[in-house]
Design a binder for this molecule. Structure first.
Ligand code: PLP
Length: 445
């Protein structure tokens, strides 16, 4: 374990960090040779192809040898065009334009800027509010923290944030009030959304949501009609719908994109993580034609453009990853092995401390409780999420555990987002290690 001599500005001064030196398949190895199943998919939901994929390594190296980047203010390049064509084929119908940058925060930030520009192009200067949801993470810049609803990350910087954005409740059926049916719960959320829109007529530019909420809720799957009903309100007011597919994209949930489970009501998709499987930093926005066309007709360029926007190295990597996802049938594999893993977890994690196991594809979560009957949360000062993350690590499994399942502040959960290459035997091994970790953590309470 190495911490105090590190040159890093450490993310957590109280944590000890093992040294990762190698990866192969679903495993990461530390310097002593110990293996860890990459149950979190690195940080997190990134490593769709697992570690050490030589096909991707070769594609990255080949493009680096040929042309890593070029003066993007003067050139465009064929590999970028080839990649975008492929990317848009992989996307749901209607997406016609793409743009790449370095990661998820930039993707979300650019998606919001694009929505704002879309309204400006239509002469709607007043459209500058974004509706986000509590218990959602959309990135670590000031704007993305602001529209996001992860209090643990945003509260430190609120003085730097514009105050026009709006937050509504997320949709997590397990946490609905005890007396409500699923239908009543969904009705209430739709009413809350409609009220937020009605309170700010002609001021809402965009609505942003993760189709399935990842790290902030532990694979929070909404009710089936929640997004279609919210989308109806957005359509009626021409509010741009941004699907944050940073975690849920590229097969993670068993469909190409997470929003495809819920009727694909997105005008812009923000993507990252699995888009490159972690082999290079990469993010993208994919845009529906009516948005792109409005911008074109306005004559304004898209005011984006950063050093690593639309560069050949990233495009070649993204293209190779997409080809590999399709060649190995990983979207289907995520659906099948994910369903198997969910079943196994439900059986093996029948423990007093486990409130719910949930998720879609290989995007699964476990929510912890003090009492399964009342769903009472564990006392926050016990920091159960930390205990469970550490105990799983000891058992040879990385998970992403967090607090904030309830009111963005309390309640413990963990997220599993392992490589999509895993098979049923890997799922069994992951289940064993997870059960060992959770049992060990529960024993410390
Ligand atoms: N959106 C979601 C849903 C995420 O989970 C994350 C990162 O975890 C981001 C955006 C930000 O992506 P990045 O860390 O690549 O900037």
């Amino acid at each position: 374990m190495h911490t105090l001599n590190s040159h890093l500005i450490l993310a957590d001064y109280n944590q000890t960090y093992a040294m990762a030196v190698r990866g192969e398949g679903i495993y990461v190895y530390d310097e002593t040779g110990r293996d860890y199943i990459d149950g979190s998919g690195c940080t997190a939901a990134v490593t769709h192809l697992g570690h050490g994929d030589t096909v991707i390594a070769e594609a990255v190296a080949e493009q680096a040898r040929t042309l890593a980047t070029h003066p993007t203010h003067l050139f465009h390049s064929p590999i970028v065009e080839q990649y975008f064509e492929r990317l848009l084929e992989f996307a749901p119908e209607g997406f016609s334009r793409a743009w790449t940058i370095s990661g998820g925060t930039e993707a979300v930030e650019n998606a919001i800027k694009l929505a704002y520009q879309y309204h400006r192009a239509k002469g709607r200067e007043g459209r500058k509010r974004v509706i986000g949801r509590w218990s959602s993470y959309h990135g670590n810049s000031i704007l993305t923290l602001n529209v996001g609803g992860l209090l643990s990350r945003r509260s430190y910087y609120t003085d730097l944030m514009a105050d026009q954005h709006i937050h509504v409740s997320p949709c997590l059926p397990y946490r609905r009030p005890a007396e409500q049916s699923i239908q009543e719960y969904e009705d209430g959320l739709v009413e809350e959304f409609a009220r937020a829109v009605a309170e700010h007529p002609d001021e809402i530019a965009a609505f942003i949501a993760e189709p399935v909420v990842g790290s902030a809720l532990g694979a929070g799957v909404p009710t089936q009609n929640y997004f279609p009903r919210i989308a109806e309100i957005c359509r009626a007011h021409d509010i741009v719908i941004i699907a944050d597919e940073v975690m849920t994209g590229f097969g993670r949930t068993g469909r190409n994109f997470g929003c495809e489970h819920f009727g694909t009501h997105a005008d812009v998709m923000a993507c990252a993580k699995g888009i490159s499987g972690g082999y290079v930093p990469l993010g993208a926005i994919l845009v529906k034609e009516h948005i792109a066309q409005t911008l074109r007709e306005s004559g304004d360029p898209f005011f984006s453009g950063q050093t690593y926007s639309c560069i050949p190295l990233a495009a070649a990597t993204g293209l190779a990853v997409l080809n590999r996802i399709e060649e190995l049938g990983l979207v289907q594999n995520a659906a099948e092995v994910g369903a198997y893993l969910l079943d196994q977890l439900k059986t093996q994690l029948d423990l007093p401390v486990v409130g719910e196991v949930r998720g879609l594809g290989l995007f699964l979560g476990v929510e912890f409780v003090a009492d399964r009957q009342t769903k009472a949360i564990l006392p926050p000062e016990q920091m159960f999420f930390k205990r469970v993350q550490n105990a799983c690590f000891e058992a040879g499994l990385t998970v992403m555990a967090a607090r904030g399942t309830v009111n963005s502040r309390m309640g413990d959960h963990l997220l599993l987002a392992p490589p999509l290459i895993m098979d049923r035997a890997d799922a069994d091994e992951l289940t064993n290690r997870l059960a060992t970790g959770i049992r060990a953590a529960a024993a410390t309470l």
